[in-house]
Design a protein around this ligand. Structure first.
Ligand code: FES
Length: 321
């Protein structure tokens, strides 16, 4: 995957607990432009790779901007950015990718929870420029935690933005927007926020007549999936370089077991969508759970396994590590 070396140009607070980080290219080359909803992988360390939505201006070829909330349950990424990353640091990023693109529609409903505002804000700004109708609902604990308040308060002519403080029990469950309670046949909903927030929003929308095809969402945190049952209550994973073998129980992923045993593996999305942890399979049968490989790749002679989510159908799986 192509990478770009960047330097941290500036860091600033964006509401309580959120840090905006602006990168510029190290060699003064221009950066590829991107579209609303795009994200980049940020290689905080060789083993700590995280994905963040771009929230600057898509046509700015000099800078990329992300905004990161300090998560109390940080898996290392937000903690590193808040506590260690500083102006002048150099690191690698991927080219922008976009799995959360706006599709043609008559009307757009944008719903953000907390720092999920980052891709949603760029969508609102794009729709405004394109003279398309939109309504944005931004759920945030308190007004102090709102990121990009000035941009949200800009004079939008084609859309409205409502900020809903959830402190007083006005969460998405209790304060679901009335306008979303009417079935909107020619509309689309774009949703980004914590998994629980999105689950409730989707559940309520479906109850009010929306269809799955009208709802688009993006999640970077690991999605809790039911790990499929493997043979004999788990399986063995063997490293081809040393022959070391580890038991992978049904409640742990291969990646978790390897990391617990101090085996370094690159990990990013942890939900099988980025490809960072794909590893060559030497022998054994894979139960693919990722979405990053195509069906053809999953049936090819040379198999690769996403260690963060896939399992084994055989009792032993040997991987090229
Ligand atoms: S970490 Fe992204 S596919 Fe495994």
């Amino acid at each position: 995957m192509e990478k770009i070396q960047v330097v941290v140009k500036s860091m600033s607070l964006q509401g309580d607990g959120n840090i905006e980080v602006v990168f510029k290219s190290k060699d003064k080359m221009t950066l590829p432009i991107w579209e609303a909803g795009a994200h980049i992988d940020v290689y905080l360390t060789p083993m700590l790779i995280r994905q963040y939505s771009l929230v600057g201006h898509p046509l700015d070829e000099q800078h990329y901007t992300i905004c990161v909330k300090r998560e109390s349950s940080s898996r290392g990424g937000s903690e590193f950015i808040h506590d260690t990353l500083r102006v002048g640091h150099e690191l690698m990023i991927s080219l922008p990718r976009n799995y959360f693109k706006l599709a043609p529609s008559n009307e757009y409903y944008l719903v953000a929870g907390g720092i999920g505002i980052t891709p949603i804000l760029t969508m609102a700004e794009y729709l405004e420029q394109s003279k398309k109708q939109f309504k944005l609902f931004y759920y945030v604990k308190t007004i102090d935690q709102v990121a990009f308040l000035e941009r949200l308060r800009a004079d939008f002519q084609h859309g409205t933005i409502e900020i809903i403080e959830t402190m007083d029990g006005k969460g998405i469950r209790n304060s679901f927007p009335d306008v979303l309670k009417e079935t909107q046949k020619d509309s689309q909903m774009y949703l980004c926020g914590p998994q629980g927030f999105m689950d409730v929003c989707i559940e309520k929308s479906l109850l009010h007549g929306w269809s799955n095809e009208q709802i688009f969402f993006e999640a970077f945190a690991p999605i809790k999936t039911n790990i499929p049952i493997s043979p004999d209550n788990g399986f063995q994973v063997r490293l081809s370089s040393t022959g070391e073998t580890f038991h992978v129980p049904n409640d742990k992923t291969i990646a978790t077991v390897l990391i617990e045993n101090n085996i370094n593996i690159p990990i990013s999305c942890e939900i099988g969508m980025c490809g960072a942890c794909l590893t060559q399979v030497v022998c054994g049968e894979v139960d693919h759970q990722d979405t990053v490989q195509s069906d053809e790749e999953k049936q090819a002679d040379q198999q690769y396994i996403a260690l963060c989510c896939s399992r084994a159908k055989s009792t032993v799986l040997e991987i090229n590590l």
